[in-house]
Design a protein around this ligand. Structure first.
Ligand SMILES: [Mn+2]
Length: 271
């Protein structure tokens, strides 16, 4: 979906239930949150979530995140669309589990337990489940912003090959939602696993911003930018703010309002 450049955009990386950091990041980007939890002070600013707002966090924080997004989705988009959701692999898998699109066997039950804890929360809370399903159905696979001939930003949850980027075939959608699995390629460096990112990177201002890869900081090589800075792993939540033909970044450190998840970083553009 193509975005109007009459607005500026706060593009936010993988939230994974980090609702406290998410609200602080919105405030850092000039928004206000009123006592009813509604996002205010928009002027010409819009918000884009890059996907993976569910899983890894605890039930309380996941509930708060879904409620906050749902409420603001309908509040902010009442006249024109100002809050956009891009679909991440976690939304996709939770959707498939809670709508019985995954055949349950010992392997899929183990994966559900290990990676997709939001599924259990939604299965015991039908109201929250219907809100999640509504947000899921309203999510985009890709968004693209253009400003003049020499500046654009394509946004997807996962990094992907250029042949798939902003394409609307099923295989392209799959690749924009999830890249090669790190858990299935343990010990392989990301720069080898995703070598196409380095091969296809260009020194121009046609950027691809993505999340998904949980990094220790913003990772940038030429026009390829990863803004998943591992909030739920105790690091920080990052936004890329796009205004005209400029991008600036803000980060909010993990606030210790919940137990962080653990992982080892496998660093992208590690050269
Ligand atoms: Mn992801």
């Amino acid at each position: 979906m193509y975005l109007s450049n009459r607005y500026s955009y706060s593009v936010i990386g993988d939230v994974h239930g980090c609702i406290d950091e998410f609200k602080l990041l919105l405030i850092a980007d000039g928004f206000k949150i009123d006592k009813d939890g509604l996002i205010r002070n928009l002027s010409n600013k819009s918000i884009i979530l890059l996907g993976d707002f569910v899983d890894k966090a605890n039930d309380k924080k996941l509930t708060e995140t879904i409620e906050f997004l749902y409420k603001n989705y309908y509040y902010l988009n009442r006249e024109s669309q100002r809050l956009y959701l891009i679909r991440g692999n976690h939304e996709e898998m939770v959707y498939r589990y809670i709508t019985n699109k995954i055949e349950l066997n010992s392997k899929t039950i183990e994966e559900k337990r290990k990676y997709y804890n939001t599924s259990y929360l939604l299965e015991k809370n039908p109201t929250l489940k219907s809100k999640f399903l509504d947000l899921y159905k309203n999510s985009y696979i890709w968004l693209k912003y253009t400003y003049g001939d020499n500046f654009s930003v394509s946004m997807t949850h996962a990094p992907c090959m250029e042949t798939y980027l902003t394409q609307d075939r099923e295989i392209a959608h799959k690749n924009m939602i999830k890249s090669a699995s790190r858990s299935k390629n343990r010990g392989v460096s990301l720069d080898i696993l995703l070598s196409y990112l380095i091969d296809e990177a260009k020194d121009n201002n046609h950027y691809h911003i993505f999340g998904h890869l949980s990094q220790p900081n913003i990772r940038k090589y030429k026009n390829k930018i990863c803004i998943d800075t591992s909030a739920i792993y105790g690091n920080s939540l990052t936004s890329a703010f796009i205004e005209k033909d400029k991008i600036r970044y803000s980060s909010i450190p993990f606030q210790n309002m919940q137990t962080p998840a653990t992982q080892n970083y496998n660093i992208l553009f590690n050269f």
